[in-house]
Design a protein around this ligand. Structure first.
Ligand SMILES: [Zn+2]
Length: 491
């Protein structure tokens, strides 16, 4: 109900045009917030046989047609040609003919505390409410994302959510979290981020974060905000001590380098961080960035140190011309992933964008910038740099459960559909340190799977056609849920 009240406070759209009728709003709110009402296999029926789809296993290998995948408990028990082993008695059967079975997608960079729906007319709402975090996790799962890495959240909420997910795996995507980001005094993200003044302090904070359940340490290594104002960058010796302390505990370090200069990048790379997050360089009004990974002279060292780049291209789309993204209309699970209030805000934005020349100019610059970023992805890929898919979901107009946009952009940058899918499965699993259990469809691994209609290798957009998601061996029938909500809201 909080959502309804907030909506009432916002600027009114043309009445009856943008707002769904109240009853429909309430019904779809129920569908969104209550435990998923239907479409789940029960906890008891713990053997699932997926019959007849093509398997894209996440390793980059070509697809195998007509497979059977047998799931027992939360693990993949057998993979074979159709009919090559008997159907175990009492198993639940999932028919996947004409469909494609993939590993559940893994988003290496999200922010669960926000939905991604922002606008010029509504202030960005930052909420600590656990409800928002849970809803984001749920949205990820419905979009086919079975594992996320949150890059800035309170440790207590991370611990709570982890416990809830252990008790009820179908609550949402699996969660790995960084806890609060570390930054220089007065640096990027301060004062919400933890400001680190010395190497000793850096080491102490890493210990605290590790004890608090963080499975990655996020640091800001940039001397510019995304709006190009100068800010203090973390000192090389501080970054080194953080990386050392994290690696001693087996934790990777992720460096936020959005808008970074070549000098900033060098600090992160030579300290041996594990991943560089976002694209560096600030850009002029025409969209031309002043720094690229490929022009920083650091690519040989990035390769030698096996540093992964998480470009978060979809966040750049979101912030600059998100309201124009039309890919949302043909995404069948969007109704489940955005609340009625969020869809309302989005509609207001589309409306505003159509008449707002300032936003249109920004979008034009954003498109040029994106073109340059896509060419850069091609160069990095060609050079052999590891690229992992992260959406930065939760930032402006970048929604949870929409890693598809990132995969499509990586493909536009020069990765084949198989390689782009691998960035969002095997590569991101490797970066998150969960490859032993996740990221590919192999016997013995966790049964975290995505089943989509059609062949996404022929048409990558079909990754959005999520039919079922399997998490910890439990089947979520996304299409059935979509149909149910569509029926309830009278569409
Ligand atoms: Zn981020």
């Amino acid at each position: 109900m909080r959502l309804l009240r907030n909506r009432a406070k916002g600027p009114a759209g043309p009445d009856g045009l943008l707002r769904p009728p109240a009853a429909a709003v309430i019904l779809s709110l129920i569908a969104l917030l209550a435990p998923i009402p239907a479409g789940f296999s029960s906890a008891e029926s713990r053997t699932v046989l997926i019959k007849g789809g093509a398997l894209v296993d996440g390793t980059g290998n070509p697809p195998i047609p007509h497979v059977w995948v047998l799931v027992e408990g939360d693990r993949i028990k057998k993979i074979g040609k159709a009919g090559s082993f008997p159907r175990p008695r009492g198993s639940e059967v999932v028919h996947a003919r004409g469909e494609t079975i993939l590993p559940g997608l893994i988003d290496a960079h999200v922010h669960l505390r926000t939905s991604g729906v922002v606008s010029f007319t509504f202030a960005r709402r930052q909420s600590q409410a656990e409800e928002v975090f849970r809803r984001s996790l749920r949205a990820e799962l419905l979009g086919g994302v079975t594992q996320v890495r949150d890059m800035h959240m309170p440790l207590e909420i991370g611990r709570k959510l982890t416990k809830q997910l252990q008790e009820e795996p179908t609550l949402g995507a699996r969660l790995i979290y960084a806890g609060p980001m570390l930054t220089a005094p007065g640096g990027y993200g301060a004062p919400q981020a933890i400001e680190i003044a010395s190497p000793v302090e850096g080491r102490e904070r890493v210990e605290e974060l590790a004890l608090g359940g963080a499975e990655v340490i996020k640091i800001a290594v940039t001397s510019r905000t995304v709006n190009q104002s100068a800010i203090p960058c973390m000192k090389p010796e501080v970054v080194r001590s953080i990386v050392e302390a994290a690696h001693e505990r087996g934790l990777p370090v992720a460096a936020h380098v959005a808008a970074a200069t070549a000098v900033d990048l060098k600090i992160a790379v030579t300290a041996g961080v594990d991943s560089l997050e976002h694209m560096p360089g600030s850009w002029d009004p025409l969209g031309v960035p002043d720094t690229l990974y490929s022009t920083s002279g650091l690519v040989p060292e990035i390769l030698a140190r096996h540093i992964t780049i998480v470009p978060t291209l979809s966040a750049e789309v979101g912030e600059t011309y998100g309201p124009m993204i039309s890919d949302l209309s043909d995404d069948p699970s969007l109704r489940l992933r955005l609340t009625p209030f969020q869809r309302h805000v989005l509609a207001l934005n589309l409306e505003d964008f159509a008449h707002n020349s300032k936003r249109q100019a920004m979008a034009a610059a954003g498109r040029r910038r994106m073109q340059i970023s896509l060419e850069e992805i091609g160069r990095l890929h060609e050079a052999g740099v590891s690229l992992a898919a992260g959406s930065d979901a939760g930032s402006g107009f970048t929604f949870h459960g929409n890693l598809h946009t990132e995969i499509e952009l990586l493909n536009q940058g020069g990765l084949s559909p198989l390689e782009a899918i691998r960035s969002a499965t095997q590569e991101s699993a490797r970066l998150l340190g969960v490859l032993e259990d996740q990221g590919t469809v192999e016997v013995g691994k966790r049964a975290d799977l995505l089943i989509v209609r059609g062949d996404p290798l022929k048409q990558l957009r079909l990754l959005r056609a999520v039919d079922r998601v399997v998490i910890a061996g439990r089947v979520v029938d996304v299409q059935r849920l979509v149909n149910q909500v569509e029926k309830e809201v009278g569409r």
